[in-house]
Design a protein around this ligand. Structure first.
Ligand SMILES: C[S@@+](CC[C@H](N)C(=O)[O-])C[C@H]1O[C@@H](n2cnc3c(N)ncnc32)[C@H](O)[C@@H]1O
Length: 206
């Protein structure tokens, strides 16, 4: 009984802390993220990683963000929520139409539609065609293309901007090459967040 009460109090405190902005929309989003945290099934980021991305945007007041790999939109919600607080906008790319449809539905349902532009297609080409500039990037699609995404975005990333890449603690093809490349790049300071077992490489442009 005591442990159930503690759990309920814990959930309440986390929801409250997450709400931050305290508008009705903020409360709805915080509640949705809390309640759905175990329900994401489409290669989505864990809750903890979504919060890290959200906080980077809010703490740095970033306003022009890019996400590569929307899936059904868990990270997209975190990014769009952060941008709703900074007055920014997110471009997010996905090649699977069904996943994108679900992501759009989630974003609309939470009242975040004004903060997201969805692009459907192969990010290999779309990323090259984007004008930018961006001050925040989240790379979470095909890992063996991470280095190429980084090279394509580098000239479009503002000084002081941050490039993040997911799953860098996992043994996936392309990750080792990506880490070697970004950690040796003299324009970037990189550290790896190990909060979740996935890992996020966070590279700030100097
Ligand atoms: C790890 S999931 C993204 C999870 C999402 N960021 C989240 O947390 O909810 C990767 C997604 O990238 C998409 N993807 C993979 N390669 C792609 C490409 N070349 N262009 C566009 N999307 C791609 C996949 O269809 C998949 O939905």
């Amino acid at each position: 009984m005591k442990s159930i009460s503690l759990l309920i109090v814990g959930l309440f405190i986390t929801s409250y802390a997450l709400a931050q902005g305290n508008t009705e929309r903020d409360k709805r989003i915080a509640e949705f993220l809390q309640q759905s945290r175990q329900e994401w099934r489409d290669l989505n980021v864990p809750f903890e990683d979504g919060k890290i991305l959200h906080d980077i945007i809010v703490d740095n007041d970033y306003q022009s963000a890019l996400e590569i790999g929307t899936s059904t939109g868990h990270s997209t919600i975190w990014l769009a929520w952060a941008l709703s607080k900074t007055g920014g906008k997110l471009v997010t790319i996905e090649m699977d139409e069904g996943r994108q449809r679900q992501a759009k539905q989630n974003i609309e349902q939470l009242g975040l539609g004004d903060f997201v532009e969805f692009k459907l297609g192969n990010a290999h080409q779309i990323v090259k065609d984007l004008d930018g500039p961006f001050d925040f990037v989240f790379s979470d699609a095909d890992k063996d293309w991470y280095v190429q995404y980084f090279k394509d975005i580098h000239p479009k990333l503002k000084q002081g901007g941050t490039f993040t890449a997911h799953n860098v603690l996992q043994r996936l093809r392309g990750i080792g090459e990506y880490l070697d490349y970004v950690q040796q790049h003299s324009d970037y300071q990189t550290h790896i967040d190990k909060t979740s077992s996935s890992g996020i490489a966070i590279s700030k442009k100097q």
